[in-house]
Design a protein around this ligand. Structure first.
Ligand SMILES: Nc1ncnc2c1ncn2[C@@H]1O[C@H](COP(=O)(O)OP(=O)(O)OP(=O)(O)O)[C@@H](O)[C@H]1O
Length: 317
């Protein structure tokens, strides 16, 4: 960087843009709009770059507004960078949705690129919970047992009817069979030497943000300092679907669907390392220790933002 570049940098407004997220044709528009709003723009060159750039930006400013332009993966990296710089107190996160799923953006009430810039200027600031899994941070969810491929393929009709379970169904349809996750689960209420739950899970969802994806996939309250955990036990699909219908009808959990609300939990594999997805980014671990950091991240949110999914209370429907 030349001395001239150095002088033109506004250290308090940095936009980190992933040029290949989503359809990959937005970088120019975002750069132009960002410059109009006084942002210094940094483009990522490869995986991991958004985290590095966010860390540098958060480190070099006493009061930073850092915008993540991309999808959930970019947001996840940027938040990890802010945490690595130990700059949560002095940083506000903004999001300019330009990824494929943009789950986090819709969770904070953003309706698109132009709307995101108006929220940056005029939107409320809220402090939301973060999730930590071993040494990595996540904003939306930590998922085990369902592939990213399955979540991409899941139809909106299926999501509207089945919510989170649509992903499980899609996985089974995609893979034909799924061996399940051999797990022991401990929560804050587990006594020493015992497990809150042990068995083979088809699916584990540790939710932090309000929706898992789609419109009806209620997941968690993002300002309560708690994870909302859903474990789908190994069961036949017809049994599962019946239980989902019963849960909706009776308003209480059925067998094969286990739910916890807890500020921390441990997922221990009983057979080697398992693969988890943190906001869509993969992580392999034999033991995953998860805890919330309550109200840790300041975020610019749209008018439609609310911390709970559609005002639901636990257990979520
Ligand atoms: N210049 C780059 N070239 C290739 N990959 C990149 C580059 N910059 C970032 N990446 C990677 O691109 C991946 C996808 O980014 P991101 O998740 O933001 O978009 P998306 O997958 O389209 O959206 P969503 O996750 O919301 O569905 C991330 O894993 C990130 O590390």
């Amino acid at each position: 960087m030349s001395a001239g570049d150095e002088q033109s940098i506004d250290r308090s407004r940095i936009l980190i843009s992933n040029p290949v997220s989503g359809s990959g044709d937005h970088a120019e528009t975002i750069s132009r709009r960002a410059a109009e709003h006084g942002f210094t723009v940094r483009h990522t060159a490869h995986e991991g770059d958004a985290m590095r750039l966010a860390r540098e930006a958060a480190d070099s400013s006493s009061e930073a507004l850092i915008a993540a332009a991309g999808g959930d993966g970019t947001v996840n990296e940027v938040v990890n960078g802010i945490v690595a710089a130990d700059a949560l107190e002095s940083t506000t996160l903004a999001v300019v949705p330009s990824g494929t799923g943009n789950n986090f953006a819709s969770n904070i009430g953003l309706e698109g690129l132009e709307h995101a810039f108006s929220v940056i200027e005029d939107g409320r600031r809220r402090r939301i919970d973060l999730g930590v899994a071993n040494d990595r941070v996540f904003v939306n969810s930590c998922v085990g047992g369902v592939t990213a491929q399955a979540s991409e393929k899941t139809s909106s009709e299926s999501k509207a009817r089945l919510g989170v379970l649509a992903y499980v169904k899609e996985t089974l349809d995609t893979l034909g069979s799924f061996d399940g996750l051999p797990l022991r689960v401990r929560t804050d209420e587990t006594d020493e030497g015992t497990a809150a739950w042990a068995g083979t899970a088809m699916f584990v969802l540790v939710g932090n943000c309000r929706r898992f994806g789609g419109r009806r996939t209620a997941q968690a309250n993002v300002e309560d300092g708690q994870f909302e955990v859903t474990i789908i036990e190994d069961a036949s699909m017809s049994e599962l679907l019946g239980n989902v219908a019963l849960e909706e009808l009776l308003g209480r959990p059925q067998s094969s669907i286990v739910r916890y609300q807890t500020p921390f939990l441990t997922l221990e594999s009983r057979h080697g390392a398992l693969e988890y997805s943190l906001d869509g980014e993969l992580l392999e671990a034999e033991t995953l220790s998860l805890e919330t950091r309550p109200n840790a991240l300041t975020v610019a949110v749209g008018d439609s933002y609310q911390p709970t999914p559609d005002g639901s209370v636990w257990p979520l429907q």
